[in-house]
Design a protein around this ligand. Structure first.
Ligand SMILES: NC(=O)c1ccc[n+]([C@@H]2O[C@H](COP(=O)([O-])OP(=O)(O)OC[C@H]3O[C@@H](n4cnc5c(N)ncnc54)[C@H](O)[C@@H]3O)[C@@H](O)[C@H]2O)c1
Length: 280
């Protein structure tokens, strides 16, 4: 897909990978619709992008709410007449596998998995009808390997990889000009380790737990040692333009962890737990 003149809708677009991709797509000539749950940053980033010449609007959207995502699509259509790309990117992290309250699991799954499902349901029928479109789903390397301390996040990201593969095959069967990519980065310098800023208020006491503070510090150090979100954005653009399914921003580690899992299945040792342990 040539992005010039196309319309791209990006969820979680007010920060990190979503914002960097919006800027990258805009530079390639696309019109942008940013959806995000955080109104202040959303408004700020829309103004900032416009001051650099971007054609962009911002729409308040909680991706966990089907009606919000449908409204996001409808506003995009009203403003630009047609939509060509949905980047289901909004995501949050939180909780280890042992001892995490079910409500936290539900919150992570509602954003990371339901958000992607809502995005696919809202936009794919449109793309099939117009015989043009691209879906990018954000998973993670945590969708390729299980990691200690990340149960809910792992569950949601494995699910996103699985449904993206399923969608790839279903789209191929339609023979239509509609494509899907799945983004699986290792660490990227963003605000993901501050995800609880978007936690429903009734769960706030969990975020204040001192044990979580320690985990957060470790996560922050890892994320801050990650790659620049602008590099991820370039990889997303390349996948859309060249119709690539896998977006492996840290190709060496993504492939190595997958090989290590295969060796584990064949009776070898388990892959060492951290995504961090494999240098890119
Ligand atoms: N940063 C990393 O190391 C990394 C690695 C792999 C995958 N990812 C994934 O990348 C995606 C983007 O995260 P990021 O790293 O840019 O983090 P980020 O926190 O900087 O950006 C996430 C954005 O999503 C928004 N958001 C959160 N909940 C939402 C909701 N319910 N509805 C709509 N918007 C919501 C936030 O307000 C924020 O603008 C996520 O899916 C994340 O899991 C990140």
């Amino acid at each position: 897909m040539d992005l010039k003149g196309k319309t791209a809708v990006i969820t979680g677009g007010a920060s990190g990978i979503g914002l960097a991709t919006a800027i990258q797509f805009s530079k390639a000539g696309a019109k942008i619709v940013l959806g995000d749950i955080e109104d202040g940053p959303l408004e700020h980033q829309v103004k900032e992008m416009r001051s650099h010449g971007a054609t962009v609007i911002g729409v308040h959207c909680d991706v966990a709410q089907e009606s919000d995502v449908e409204a996001l699509r409808d506003v995009a259509l009203k403003e630009f007449g047609v939509v060509h790309l949905i980047f289901n990117n909004a995501g949050v992290a939180g909780g280890s596998t042992i001892g995490t309250p079910k409500k936290i699991w539900d919150w992570v799954m509602s954003v990371n998995l339901d958000g992607v499902v809502n995005g696919m349901n809202a936009f794919i029928p449109l793309f099939l009808e117009q015989n043009e479109g691209h879906v990018v789903n954000t998973a993670s390397e945590a969708g390729l390997v299980g990691v200690a301390g990340m149960g809910p996040y792992n569950a949601s990201k494995f699910a996103v990889v699985g449904i993206s593969e399923s969608l790839f095959h279903e789209l191929a069967n339609t023979g239509k000009n509609v494509h899907v990519s799945v983004l699986c980065p290792n660490f990227v310098r963003t605000r993901i380790f501050e995800s609880e800023r978007n936690m429903p208020k009734e769960l706030a006491s969990y975020a204040e737990n001192p044990e979580n503070e320690e985990i957060k510090k470790i996560a922050a150090a890892l994320v801050n040692a990650g790659i620049d979100a602008a590099d991820v954005a370039k990889a997303v653009e390349d996948a859309v333009v060249n119709e690539k399914f896998w977006i492996l921003t840290h190709e060496h580690s993504a492939i190595r962890i997958t090989e290590l899992r295969l060796e584990w299945m064949r009776g070898g040792p388990s892959p060492m737990a951290g995504l961090v342990n494999i240098n890119n």
